[in-house]
Design a protein around this ligand. Sequence first.
Ligand SMILES: CC(C)(COP(=O)(O)OP(=O)(O)OC[C@H]1O[C@@H](n2cnc3c(N)ncnc32)[C@H](O)[C@@H]1OP(=O)(O)O)[C@@H](O)C(=O)NCCC(=O)NCCS
Length: 166
Amino acid sequence: MSQQPGAPEARFEPMQEAALDAVVALERQAHAHPWQRSHFSDCLHSGYQAQLLLAGDTLLGYFVAMQGFEEVHLLNISVAPACQGQGWARLMLDALSLWVRGLGVEWLWLEARVGNARAIRVYEAHGFRTVGRRKQYYPASHGQREDALVMSCRLQWPADSVKMPA
Ligand SMILES: CC(C)(COP(=O)(O)OP(=O)(O)OC[C@H]1O[C@@H](n2cnc3c(N)ncnc32)[C@H](O)[C@@H]1OP(=O)(O)O)[C@@H](O)C(=O)NCCC(=O)NCCS
């Protein structure tokens, strides 16, 4: 990570309702078609895995993931525009992967807009491969729709080698 000397260390904190003003503000900066506050609230009420990445009081990014039967589905990963290109998404994907393997689950899934080349590159670098395409999945500008790539990543290290602090 390209942290400045003397800058506060980055840390993860569970996303809670009280953080949603900051989360929604970042979401609006990062996405042309942002999630609404209710999307985040619903995920929290459903007990999904949702983590903030913070440095001091600054919100660098967050992710939200849903545990399925034999896979975990990454629903949202976002980095503040001013903090992109510094490896924060990679760090969040590593943390997510560690949690997923700790559950004894091998597969991570996600959807990405076909036009989101940057995100797709980050996912591919993490080991995701495209396994399908959902036509007209996302809303797009001017009433149009955009296809989604369905991507999956097999996490291959042994689950019993992963220990997360309680
Ligand atoms: C997609 C997104 C999450 C990526 O976040 P990010 O923190 O910028 O990603 P990373 O920094 O981990 O990786 C991006 C690039 O920075 C590079 N990088 C990694 N560490 C770096 C460092 N220390 N210094 C400079 N660059 C670095 C990576 O190699 C990568 O380069 P590449 O694109 O040429 O392969 C972010 O752009 C974002 O929030 N976009 C808007 C929301 C979005 O599209 N979310 C995904 C929906 S599917």
